[in-house]
Design a protein around this ligand. Sequence first.
Ligand SMILES: [Zn+2]
Length: 113
Amino acid sequence: MGLFGKKDEKIDHEKELARLKAFASLTPEELAKKMEEAQKAAQEAFDKLTPEEQERAKAEAERMMRESEQERNALLQEAQKFGLKVPKFCPYCGTENKGGNFCPSCGAPYKTN
Ligand SMILES: [Zn+2]
């Protein structure tokens, strides 16, 4: 499995976004390590493909990298704008935080200390 093992699956955007948000909460070191692991796994899967499949996979991977990088950068920028460490759920009412600085339900500010 891995990057090239799921071409028949539709991309689950909510799942992707949750994954990216998890990435955004990592330290740069952790992020680099995860990226390295993902690249290694992708390379191993890639080596098993036929040349024709490799061409297709390469184009697909480039497209995915571009898209996820854009999304990740946007998420990181947003996180930085609000001073990082924003809780996933409102500490006051438990509503899921969709990435803002205030609770969409009760209006409590998420930025603490
Ligand atoms: Zn709330």
